[in-house]
Design a protein around this ligand. Structure first.
Ligand code: HEM
Length: 294
């Protein structure tokens, strides 16, 4: 006896949109129509999915940082910290995307990339505007990357605007200035499009904030959250570098120079510089006056 039940698909209601509430909300039909492999390599779908998921997380981090900036401008430190803690959390799944493509050998990667070049032309991830936007918001401002967006005038304009606007760190420093930790005018009123130059004055502010374990606790929490964000970002870059070593080796890359040699100096681009350099002094005993009587 055949017990298999073969239910007939019920006809949709006449007013149906062809969606369920879930599919309408999550846009699942659109989402799953966006992967178009160019090769016959069975792993290309994993590559595309991994990069697309990263793209979504980069945009999510952009939106969160912008929310935190607005909250800092409104002097709402509590909510800004909550938002920034979400950014810390988003780095976990973002960084885990590397596991999905860790199986790639150079043969796997090159068989996919060669088909991508044949289909779309020579590409580099430097042409990704989302990542660059996120990096500008983190305070790493390098105008030279705009060159990659000349074919996308709307994106070029958007990035050029982000380059000229305050980064998250600029908003943090302005917040500290308004709340009892005076900053030099040159730090607050500067051309935001040029790379940030760390100063001793800002380093001293962080040192003062951390001087007493029981004082400035909310600001210390802000500092630690920013450190977590910088660490999440540097971890992504380290995983990227290892994936490059593993699947590409010492080959020349987009610029004709060795890809690893291009990437290595970017490891030193760590956001919120004085928050890190101040750690060489935080916890030191206050300098004692040599003439003081015991
Ligand atoms: C595993 C194979 C990969 C290799 C061999 C590789 C290699 C490289 C190289 C050599 C560069 C330097 C610029 C260039 O020459 O193109 C670069 C930059 C970059 N790659 Fe990859 N990449 C890989 C995977 C990925 C993936 C999966 C993503 C995204 C999820 C990605 C995102 C980026 C970004 C955003 C940059 C710019 C980094 C910066 O400005 O500091 N890469 N990659």
């Amino acid at each position: 006896m055949n017990d298999t039940v073969n239910p007939e698909r019920p006809a949709p209601a006449s007013a149906s949109t062809g969606q369920t509430p879930y599919s309408a909300w999550m846009q699942t039909d659109v989402l799953h129509s966006l992967q178009h492999p160019v090769s016959d390599h069975p792993g290309e779908h994993a590559w595309i999915t991994s990069v697309q998921v990263s793209e979504l997380y980069w945009m999510l981090i952009i939106k969160e940082i912008q929310i935190a900036q607005a909250q800092l401008r409104a002097n709402d430190l509590t909510q800004a910290c909550r938002t920034l803690q979400r950014v810390v959390a988003h780095h976990e799944p973002l960084n885990a995307t590397w596991r999905s493509i860790a199986w790639m050998t150079p043969t796997d990667l090159l068989s996919i990339l060669s088909r991508a070049v044949a289909t779309y032309g020579k590409d580099t991830a430097l042409q990704g505007w989302t990542y660059r936007y996120m990096v500008y918001l983190r305070g790493i401002k390098q105008a030279e990357h705009l060159q990659h967006f000349v074919p996308q005038p709307k994106r070029w304009d958007q990035l050029n605007k982000a380059l000229a606007e305050p980064s998250l760190y600029d908003d943090v420093l302005a917040y500290l200035n308004r709340n009892g930790f005076a900053m030099p005018v040159a730090v607050l009123d500067r051309d935001f499009s040029v790379p940030y130059q760390p100063t001793k004055a800002v380093e001293k502010v962080w040192r003062d904030i951390y001087a007493d374990q029981n004082d400035n606790l909310k600001l210390q929490q802000l500092g630690e959250t920013l450190c977590d964000i910088a660490e999440g970002f540097s971890t992504w870059k380290s995983l990227h570098l290892m994936a490059t070593r593993r699947s590409f080796g010492g080959r020349p890359a987009y610029f004709g120079t060795e890809g690893i040699a291009w990437l290595l100096p970017t490891m030193d681009e760590i956001p919120f510089p004085e928050l890190w350099s101040a750690r060489g002094f935080i916890g030191d005993p206050p300098a004692a006056c040599p003439h003081r009587h015991k």
